[in-house]
Design a protein around this ligand. Structure first.
Ligand code: UD1
Length: 422
């Protein structure tokens, strides 16, 4: 069994290079299906969710060539629709993007139920509503979501999303780029990875405007071509290292970031008394480990990202005073609270709210990574704590962090990965 071991209390100094954004790479990989051509993707993070997505496509007949560690070529010319393996798609939330991409290219899709982190119920009713607005019929058959275009093929339509869902916005965009006529998405998600997907598709010949605002317009085209595309930097990975530096103390430069994407994280760290200096593509965090408690409310972009909530939970557990976190996106995103409590944190959860009474020091303990960002929170708590922390179930962390142990060791953390073979 693989574990991460941390000897806490070491200050961090140096530079960490940020990898490409997992949540942008995933839809872009599935969007390659729509081109039926070869696409070369640069700045692909080496994380298991991405590698699993590539494996799903390869298994469906795509030619996937790893040109270098972070560059991959994906040729979907010979891909077969509706043949994705259930055992693979069930391990990944982003496999729902197969629905939009297959529907767009083949006029129908059949995909097993997706998996991913457990944050409570994660319905896809908004994705389905979007497909129906394009004239498709949505059913559940033999443990699969099935979507079939109308007899005339997919037609552009108007979609109003009840929730500014990232996944639904992406799936409607994927289905609409090759549909006949204009599609509009109102109350669309505005996350940077929506913009990245639109930029990729437009580079392949799609006609998408408005990505990054809540109103996206897509004019269908008859075909797409391949392209070479560089994925944007991962704002959540960058934020995680900024919080790690704030928690452990020291001075860390997080390099290769888009500072605009980091504004909410930067503002909260400054409010907590941390010094944050921005430049064109790097951010330096300086902390003496003395932190003020703050209140946080997560919300859809440009609100405070729910994917940074657990990391801040760990940081606030060692800050002065009482902090309140309100989770505005998911029903159940405090599963890490019990793990943090094992390290001495005083954290009380009531529904979508948590109150945290800061302690001077957390103490190392054996804990579990209950989901991806919760795992990152355990690492942050372990870096700030006195003594040894042992984190199990770390495969969950490897789903979304490219070499997190190596990157933290590079700035002086006493952290290592062990595999006892059990
Ligand atoms: C994506 C991200 C995830 C991030 C989340 C919010 C990926 C692979 N995952 O997840 O890391 O935490 O955005 O930024 O990119 N909802 C519905 N009906 C739907 C769709 C969503 O009710 O049809 C609800 C969800 O239950 C949730 C909220 O909308 O409460 C947001 O979900 P959504 O934005 O769709 O998140 P994901 O795409 O699943």
């Amino acid at each position: 069994m693989k574990k991460i071991l941390i000897n806490g209390g070491k200050k961090l100094h140096g530079k960490i290079d940020v990898s490409g954004m997992k949540n942008a790479a995933l839809p872009i990989i599935f969007a390659c299906i729509l081109t039926g051509k070869k696409c070369v993707l640069d700045n692909i993070p080496d994380v298991t969710d991405v590698n699993l997505s590539l494996k799903i496509l390869e298994d469906m007949g795509a030619e996937v060539i790893r040109i270098s560690r972070n560059t991959v070529s994906v040729d979907t010319e010979k891909l077969n629709g509706m043949t994705s393996r259930h055992d693979l798609v069930s391990r990944l939330r982003a496999s729902t993007y197969l629905l939009g991409a297959e529907l767009g290219r083949f006029g129908e899709a059949r995909v097993g139920f997706s998996g991913g982190c457990d944050f409570g119920v994660r319905p896809i009713d908004q994705h389905q509503k979007g497909f129906e607005a394009l004239g498709a019929k949505v059913t559940v058959e033999n443990g699969c979501n099935r979507v079939v275009a109308g007899p005339q093929g997919l037609r552009g339509g108007s979609v109003y999303l009840d929730i500014a869902s990232v996944g639904a916005t992406i799936n409607v965009m994927l289905a609409a780029v090759l549909a006949d006529g204009k599609t509009t998405i109102d109350n669309a998600a505005r996350e940077p990875h929506i913009v990245d997907l639109a930029n990729f598709l437009n580079m392949c010949g799609a006609k998408i405007t408005g990505a990054g605002t809540s109103f996206i317009k897509i004019t269908g085209v008859t075909e797409l071509h391949g392209c070479e595309y560089t994925i944007i930097p991962d704002m959540i990975e960058a934020g995680t290292y900024m919080v790690a530096a704030a928690a452990a103390g020291g001075r860390v430069t997080v390099s290769g970031v888009i500072p605009k994407h980091m504004e909410t994280v930067t503002a909260k760290l400054i409010e907590m008394g941390v010094s944050v200096d921005e430049d064109e593509d790097f951010i330096t965090v300086t902390s003496n480990g003395k932190l003020r408690g703050v209140n946080i409310k997560t919300y859809f972009y440009p609100g405070f990202p729910t994917d940074m909530q657990p990391q801040f939970g760990a940081l606030l557990a060692a800050a002065d005073g009482t902090s309140i976190i309100t989770e505005g996106v998911f029903d159940n995103r405090f599963r890490y609270a019990d793990e943090l409590a094992k390290m001495g944190a005083e954290i009380n959860v009531l529904g979508r709210n948590a109150s945290i009474v800061g302690k001077k020091k957390l103490s190392g303990a054996p804990v579990t990574a209950v989901d991806l960002r919760a795992g990152a929170a355990m690492i942050i708590a372990g870096l700030a704590a006195e003594g040894k922390t042992e984190i199990s179930q770390i495969e969950i962390i490897e789903r979304g962090y490219d070499d997190i142990v190596g990157k933290l060791r590079g700035v002086g953390a006493d952290i290592r990965l062990v595999d006892d073979g059990a």
